[in-house]
Structure formats: structure tokens, C-alpha cells
Design a protein around this ligand. Structure first.
Ligand SMILES: *Cc1c(COP(=O)(O)O)cnc(C)c1O
Length: 368
């Protein structure tokens, strides 16, 4: 029996994608081999990576003056590549500055990594209230190299409802946990990046979407494998890319297109999140710790209303254990924040959220 997996990542993939990958496991598209066995320089693989990029461009509406890169190292390596390529300078030159808005643990990690290569300004943070809201974002000094946000905060369950105005300063965003979940105007950004394992495919591929004029700014000492210009010039084939992961992303994009595109995903995602949030509004046992107006569609944390620490822990442990016994797995919150969290990415079916909501209601009826 397949379980409903509410993990923040790696997370569920659409069943039709897994079934197609299984059917093509030993003979992909009449090539007589698995995609895992293909040369990354072969015509068969070239067709796969080109199709994957074309589908992504179509589904996200990526303008022609942006490049799409399939890299490795996860979103975490982008925390380093972004400042190395856009904000580092040659020895002896005056250092650059960049803005980072502190909306959670990933946003903070990005800022800490950036501070190794430039002056990382953090003019706004929501840390004072456990990252339960998105702070007001001040306009940047026009000299800044970029302005970084985490569009959807996976751990705390917040998202930017509106993008900050950054003038001529390129807006850069970590979209690891919300890519393709709802409409996004790519032309508002200079740089977008996402680890694949949440909403795109298997771990091991990192997607970068970068405006052409931002490519080629890395200082000469930058390691070759960490340079956007090298990857862009080589069509993501400077070295062996994560071929099988790119192929699976292609299948996921095919599935999104067949399901109706990003608009249909967004509608489903709003319906799924709406079911959980409206239950949480009524519940006497659980509540959402996130301010209305900045609640994520993808990651939905919830905590017991109970204020006694020991009783809370007991409710949480029992909830996670009983849910798992019923095939609803990975509902524990992040190890640093506790509570519970349901991650309901594109591939989570509506029935999965319906089952979860039903389980929560029964659990509450037995408890209160
Ligand atoms: C999961 C996640 C990361 C870390 O991704 P890795 O691919 O493991 O490096 C960074 N940012 C956000 C928003 C995430 O959700």
C-alpha cells in the first residue's frame, strides 16, 4: 500500500510519474537502455534535457533572456554560488553589499554564507516572533548586488504574499519549496533557485533560473564548477549532470502540463491548504502558529492549543504515531521548531489531505 507522505522533502512524486519511470526503467524511449546508463553527451540524453528545459520554460513562462541551469549541490550550494558569482570581487577591489531578509532558518543560512563573500545586510527579520510572519521589506540601497528572499519558508510555513520592490537591484529568491505550486512572474527576479526534492523530482538536481545580464560576474578565482557562466555556456554539461534526476523532472513537468499546468496546480493547492487551514480555525485542539496573510500553501505547521509543555509533547507524540499507523507519515515538525507540519506539495493528492483532515477531526473528538 502506498502511504500519504507529508515529508518536507524528499517528498511524494506523482504516481503516474513513478509508473512511467518504472515502465521505462530498462528501455527508455526505444533507446535499449535505462536513462541511468546513457552518456550525458548522447543524442538520447540531449533530447531529454532539452525537452525538460522547454517544458519548464513553457510552464513557468520563463522569458527568453533567462538561462535555465541544471546543477548539483542542493539549494544550500546556491547559498554560496549566489554571492560568489554576483557579489564577490577581485582581491583589492572594494567589496559589495547584498540584502538578505531573515524569514527563517534557510534564509538565515543563506545570509550567513553570503557574509563570507560580501557585506550581508539584514534590514528586516521576523525572528522576534519565531518567524511566524513576513516582515516589512525596506527598499535597498541601489548599489546592492542583489536582494535575497526565501519565497516560501519550508520549516515555519510562511510565504511572501507580495514581492518586495527592489528597484534596479536584482531580486533573488530561494523557491525550493514552492516552485510550480502557483503562478510566479519570473521577470520580477534576477535569480531563482530550487533544490528538486520538494516539488520537482528526486534529490540531486538543483534548478537555477538566471537573467542573462547577471551571468559572467564571478571573480577569476571562483572554482570552475561554481561559476554560472561556465554552466550556462556548456548547457549544464560542463561535467556529468544528474542525468536521471533531470529525466524524472521532465516526467513531473509532463504530468503538470497534462494536469492543466501551473494554474491547475495552484487551484488544487489552494483547495488542499484551505481544507487544513479551515479545520485549524475551528479546532479546539490544534492551531496554526502562522499569521493570516502569510500562510504557506505548501507547508502547514500546527501546534496543540494546550499550554502545558508535558501535555503538548504527549499530544504531539501520540498524533504523529497514530497518524503513521494509519498511513499518514512524516507529520512531525522540524526538529528545531517542534509541533507538527503537513507538507502538501503538488504531488500530494487532494484525497491525502482529506484523509489527514478526517484523521485530525477523529483524533480531536477522542481527545477533547
Ligand atoms: C530544503 C530547503 C533548502 C535546503 O535544500 P538542500 O537541497 O538540501 O540544500 C533550502 N531552502 C529551502 C527553502 C528549503 O526548503
Amino acid at each position: 500500500m502506498r502511504v500519504y507522505n507529508f515529508s518536507p522533502g524528499p517528498s511524494m512524486l506523482p504516481l503516474p510519474v513513478l509508473e512511467r519511470a518504472a515502465a521505462e526503467m530498462t528501455d527508455a524511449n526505444g533507446s535499449g537502455q535505462s536513462v541511468m546508463e546513457m552518456s550525458h553527451r548522447s543524442a538520447d540524453f540531449k533530447a531529454i534535457i532539452e525537452k525538460t528545459e522547454a517544458l519548464l520554460r513553457e510552464l513557468m513562462g520563463i522569458p527568453a533572456n533567462y538561462r535555465v541551469l541544471f546543477l548539483q549541490g542542493g539549494a544550500s550550494l546556491q547559498f554560496s554560488m549566489m554571492p560568489l558569482n554576483l557579489g564577490a570581487v577581485e582581491p583589492g577591489q572594494v567589496g559589495k553589499k547584498a540584502v538578505y531578509i531573515d524569514t527563517g532558518i534557510w534564509a538565515k543560512k543563506a545570509a550567513d554564507e553570503g557574509a563570507k563573500y560580501l557585506e550581508a545586510l539584514v534590514p528586516a527579520s521576523s525572528k522576534d516572533r519565531a518567524y511566524s510572519y513576513i516582515p516589512k521589506a525596506p527598499a535597498p540601497d541601489p548599489g546592492c548586488a542583489y536582494y535575497h528572499i526565501t519565497l516560501n519558508n519550508t520549516i515555519v510555513g510562511t510565504k511572501w504574499a507580495a514581492l518586495p520592490e527592489t528597484g534596479a537591484v536584482p531580486l533573488a529568491a530561494d523557491i525550493s519549496s514552492c516552485i510550480l505550486s502557483e503562478a510566479l512572474d519570473v521577470s520580477r527576479f534576477g535569480l531563482l533557485y530550487a533544490g528538486a526534492q520538494k516539488n520537482l523530482g528526486p534529490a540531486g538536481v538543483t534548478l537555477v533560473i538566471i537573467r542573462e545580464d547577471l551571468i559572467g560576474r564571478a571573480p577569476s578565482r571562483t572554482p570552475a564548477l561554481l561559476r554560472y557562466d561556465i554552466h550556462a555556456n556548456e548547457g549544464s554539461l560542463y561535467n556529468t549532470p544528474p542525468c536521471y534526476g533531470i529525466y524524472i523532472i521532465g516526467l513531473v513537468l509532463d504530468w503538470i502540463k497534462k494536469t492543466g499546468g501551473v494554474g491547475a496546480m495552484e487551484k488544487r493547492n489552494r483547495e488542499k491548504a484551505g481544507m487544513l487551514y479551515s479545520y485549524l480555525e475551528e479546532s479546539r485542539l490544534f492551531r496554526s502558529p502562522v499569521d493570516k496573510g502569510c500562510r504557506s500553501l505548501m507547508n502547514i505547521p500546527f501546534v496543540p492549543v494546550e499550554s502545558d509543555g508535558a501535555r503538548r509533547k504527549e499530544i504531539e507524540a501520540r498524533f504523529v504515531r497514530e497518524a503513521a499507523a494509519g498511513g499518514l507519515i512524516n507529520l512531525a515538525g522540524h526538529r528545531l521548531v517542534g509541533g507538527m507540519r503537513a507538507s502538501i506539495y503538488n504531488a500530494m493528492p487532494i484525497e491525502g489531505v482529506r484523509e489527514l483532515t478526517g484523521f485530525m477531526k477523529r483524533f480531536e473528538a477522542n481527545y477533547v
